[in-house]
Design a protein around this ligand. Sequence first.
Ligand code: NDP
Length: 333
Amino acid sequence: MTSKTINIGLDEIFSLAKAALINHGANEENADAVANTVTNAERDGSISHGLFRIPGYIKALQSKKVDGSATPEISEVTPVILKCDAKNGFAPLAHQYGIKKLIEAAQKFGIAGLSIQRCHHFAALWPEVEAISEHGLVGLTSVSYMPGVAPSGGATALFGTNPIAFSWPRPGKNPIVFDMATASMAKGEIQIAARDGHSVPLGTGLSSSGELTTDASEIDKGVLLPFGGHKGSVIALMVELLSGPLVGETFSYETKERDNGDGGPAQGGQFILAMSPEIISGKDTSAQTEEFLKKYNNIDGTRLPGLRRHENRKNIGPRAVNLELINTIKKLA
Ligand code: NDP
């Protein structure tokens, strides 16, 4: 694919994404939710989860792996444990339905969990936790995927790229948010580096013959490694457990076994937790948090996680998007 780009406005990004989804059978509600997630990713500079994902979303609609008209169903298992059956639909609509109820429960009881089942997640995780922190709550979420990452010491893929995201509320300010793959690099980033012919740092992954390499296209055919050696590997293991059995869903390897291989998002689960610092601590924690962040920001060379995206968000102008990708999506729309 060419690395040429074209400037395109956020409204146009939304319309293009929505039109492609509607054209392949998604209903208004689902197309709006997915197009919104895609547009927000482009807006924040999370390009591997923006328009880049549209062809995959469409493949899943074409193969009927995903129901583009699904209406998620929320049930209350206990007052603080909510379950969302995504009914085989895309994740963004399940979030719209489930997170609102999760927030209400955490604001009332101090802590609440949401398990999402039968869901197809193909996006970044920060939208979920930011939505929670907009309401004064701490958010934590994770999803697994399909095996692409070898546990530390091995050369066989067992983990997904298994992202985990956390956010902490700051009244009147953007929350502190981190959102990261537990793989050394997200799969989408590897695919983009392979597409654009860029090399990646040694230690990112292994070729199909199990050798360390800086060639992104070789790693795309081989396996990724977890970030940070054995420490990242154990966090990836935790994500497998939280996003699979804890929420009544599959491990990455089981997800792959039932996937139809169409290249679209596989069906899996998501774990989401919301906590109220006010209720748990018994006081207003904002002044203490701000004092700590002042010390953090006073250290040269540091920046808060989430800051890059929040700065990008201030720019409401057009975004440079890969030209070939735009042409592909225009054909799909
Ligand atoms: P990065 O390594 O780019 O960033 C990880 C986190 O670290 C971000 O929150 C980032 O904040 C923060 N950060 C980066 N640099 C600094 C710094 N110098 N100081 C402090 N914080 C910093 O993310 P990944 O490549 O690991 O993941 C990319 C995305 O891929 C994530 O959004 C993830 O959810 C998504 N993903 C989704 C999957 C799925 O199955 N749905 C699978 C795997 C990944 P900032 O954003 O401000 O740069």
